[in-house]
Design a protein around this ligand. Structure first.
Ligand code: RB5
Length: 153
């Protein structure tokens, strides 16, 4: 199940991504916003990020004007690895290498066709499971938990 959210800068693109999710029969919950009224993107990012971090949702999609604000906000939630992607190579690599659990995109940056392709790539690419990538993700978790061994390396 995918959690999705946006602010006014991402609303139009979110509508297109919802069409894609419907077409692909990918189950989702839309956490808003539901129109183009101004909303503070950290509030929407928090809702989606907490939904994913809780384990109730497998992954998330966040869209604001640039994708930057929602990615910064979502990454403040423990357990979230939110990746801002503007190309398919990055969308694939961040799933394979970082096991990213939230895709962030910029509604004022991307055209619909590319954004849909990026979303499709992100949702359909599994984590590689390779040891060195898992080790690095564990190192990110250690940073988050304040248990990182800064002397290592
Ligand atoms: C809203 O105007 C805009 O700041 C927001 O959508 C986003 O781009 C922030 O990073």
């Amino acid at each position: 199940m995918t959690a999705i959210g946006c602010d006014q800068g991402g609303f139009a693109l979110k509508q297109e991504i919802l069409k894609y999710l419907e077409q692909e029969k990918i189950p989702y919950k839309d956490f808003g916003s539901y129109d183009t009224a101004s909303v503070d993107y950290p509030l929407i990012a928090e809702k989606v990020a907490r939904a994913v971090a809780s384990g109730e949702y497998e992954n998330g999609i966040l869209i604001c004007g640039t994708g930057i604000g929602v990615s910064i906000a979502a990454n403040k939630i423990k357990g979230i690895r939110a990746a801002l992607c503007s190309d398919c190579f990055s969308a694939e690599a961040t799933r394979q290498h970082n096991n990213a659990n939230i895709l962030c995109m910029g509604g004022r940056v991307l055209g619909t066709g590319l954004a849909v392709k990026i979303t499709d790539t992100f949702l359909k690419t599994p984590f590689s499971g390779v040891d060195r990538h898992q080790r690095r993700i564990d190192e990110i978790s250690a940073l988050e938990n304040g248990t990182a061994d800064n002397q290592r390396q």
